[in-house]
Design a protein around this ligand. Sequence first.
Ligand code: IPE
Ligand code: IPE
Ligand code: MG
Length: 243
Amino acid sequence: MKKQKSMTLTIPKHIAIILDGNGRWAKKRHLPRTYGHQVGVENIRKITIAASDLGVKALSVYAFSTENWKRPQAEVDFLMKLPEEFEKKFKDDFNEKDVKVMFSGRKTHLSPKNLEILERITKNTKDKKGIILNICFDYGSQIEITESVKIIAQDILDKKIKPEDIEPKHIEQNLYTKDLPKLDMLIRPSGEVRLSNFLLWQAAYAELYFCKTYWPAFSKKDLEKAIIDFNKRDRRYGGLKKK
Ligand code: IPE
Ligand code: IPE
Ligand code: MG
């Protein structure tokens, strides 16, 4: 990556990407939407390796939302086959790059076969020391926060905590991302400018970056552009501009 004049670039520790635009990417090429999903999954490998080479510590990718079940059954069925494909195709490259894979999302709606695959991938990579790839699959932020609130409600019933003592950290410690570095930057390719129920809590002070490229075409260069843009931001966290 070309350095900005004399500036040394700060690499965000934790980047999240909404993998959007697979369908439109395929449509533009007169191909079925599912082909877009296939190329989109391939791109997870490419961008994970690029992020790892750039020094990113954690990469969260939004691959299937709790709302995506509303899509036509044939498309949902296709998307539900992707974990299997992911496991088959990425093993060697990810091994080489020491990628630790984890999954965020509901475990109540996935097939036993998919749950087994997710568990196996997690178990097989748990001791890896490289980049953490957090795949958000059947993920929805509102459900994630709701589940955290339920745990706290039970803790109140069990007299482990009093309502007046609840702090943001108590919500946070039940989120899927509790062990990840704080989210620094959230990227949404494809031209849509919304979060679509992704990391709503975690994005409180993340820098948001939107670009037009569809996810299957999103390249290492696009990631670098986002990081350069990140370096131009003044992160004040409610305070005042740095001198
Ligand atoms: C993102 O691409 C993949 C999933 C949501 C599973 P889309 O399928 O949303 O593609 P567009 O937005 O229709 O182009
Ligand atoms: C968000 O994309 C979900 C994923 C990329 C997994 P969508 O395509 O589902 O979002 P909307 O419908 O444009 O908000
Ligand atoms: Mg979309």
